[in-house]
Structure formats: C-alpha cells, structure tokens
Design a protein around this ligand. Sequence first.
Ligand SMILES: [Cu+2]
Length: 291
Amino acid sequence: MRIFSLAAIASLCIASVGYSDHFNIAPEKSQLMWLGKKKLTPSKHNGEISISHGTFSIEKNKIVGGEIAIDMSSIVNLDVENPKYNAKLVGHLKSDDFFSTEKYPFAYFQITKGGDKEITGNLTIRDKTLSKKIKLNIKPSGKSYMVSGTMTFDRAKFNVKYNSETFFSAKKLGDKIIDNEIKLDFKIATSPKGTRVVRIPNILKGGKKTWLPVEIKANTGEMVQLVLVNTLDAPHGFEIPGFLKPQVVEANKTMKVKFKAAKAGTFDFKCHLHPAHVGGKIIVSDHHAKI
Ligand SMILES: [Cu+2]
C-alpha cells in the first residue's frame, strides 16, 4: 500500500512542477546556414556556421528552456568557388569589420520564454545582448528531437558595421551597401539522452594556439563526446588526465572522443605535444550543468 501511495504522490509532484527533459544538442547533426545580401544589387553570399555546444529543456514536445553556443570561428562560405577568394571572404567575415571572432569566439542564444512554435531568448553577438523572438518547429525523431526554422537578425544592432548604412553614408557606399538583415536557417538535432556533445576547434587566439571553448561543463555520470576539430596546419594533442589519455588530431582533421564524466571536480585539458599551448578545463558537477 505504502509503495502505491508514494508513487501516487511522486506522480502528482511531477505533474504539478512540470517535468522537463534535458537534451544536449548534437553539433555534428545540426546545421546553421547563413545568407547575407547586398542591398541594391543581386549580389549575395551564403555559408554555414557550427554550433559549439548547447542544451534544450523539452516538456511534452515544447521547448521550455536552454541555451546554445555558436562557434564563430567555424564560419565557412559555400558560394565562392575560387579557394583564394573564398579564404579572403571568410577572413574578412572573421575580422573586426564583421564578427571579430578572435575577440568574440562565441555567439550565444539563451532561451527566456519557451514554446512549441515560437521562443524568445537573449541573442549575444560580439558581447552585445538583445532579446529576440524565433519561430520554429519541434519534431520528435526517435529518442531525439529536431528543432528547425528560419530567423533573421539585424547585424547593425550588434555592431557589425562593414558597409552598413547605419554606420556609413549610403551615398558614399552606393551599390556597395550590405543589408543589415542576415538570415539564418537552422536545423538543430539533440543527442541521445545522457550524452553531452561539445565541438572543440583548435584555433589561433591572440597569437596562441588553443582549444575552444576553454571551459566545458558536464554533469557527473554523463557521457561526454568531444568533437576535436584541428583547424591548424600541424598535428595537435588533446589529453584530460584522469578521463582521457593523450590523443593526437592530425592537421586539418576531426576526431571524436568519448569518456564518462565519472567523478565531480575540475580537470585540466591540454595539448601534450606542445606544453606551451593554452589548455582549458572541464568542470564536472553533481548539479544540473548548463553551458
Ligand atoms: Cu599543440
């Protein structure tokens, strides 16, 4: 009898509190496609950018919370075929004229109001934060979810100034004006429950080579999958003493590694091949860890 009544109480608690499930985003199964246009001519560019890591709290097919970190250094262009011009364009997008990715390596979206057709959240680009509504669709797919939609944001509001008529004379810019509106089509997949996935590129930051993000959070007992993306022209190492033995990621290659965050604490990671490289840390806690 006692068991039954406890179960009844437990189910009542769950119903009244509102039970939500915590899903980690799978960066490798997600896709963010960007589109930018000139204002007065048909000229436009499109490409892709990667999610670093993130979470969704989902309750009955409705998003009730979560946050996403976007790796700004991962920006690529998909329409310029000439490799030299392509690299020049991407370099320009990463420069201070646009997203200043060395100074601001991540953009964030933090959900403040949930929904199943529209959510609101704080969008942070170049350390500037503004509230933003996004229309979306959420579909269960097996044991995961697929969240998709289209959004636009006004880059001028985030101090992305290049050839914007908000910052420069429209007359002087002439047909070089680039629209303030940037469009983003997104398809975001969650990973199986209990697995945290973090995409970690190795980049040059302030003249030093480093893995990003420099701080990863996880919950005790969670499986952690790291997608190590070596964007540099030499092999680099990755090691988390206590969790992961030394790995070598070849130049311009990607490697996936997995381990269980079995114990709580702060664990340093590093490139064991070049001790001078800037490392980072993983913080494993018993509490609900966000990003
Ligand atoms: Cu290294």
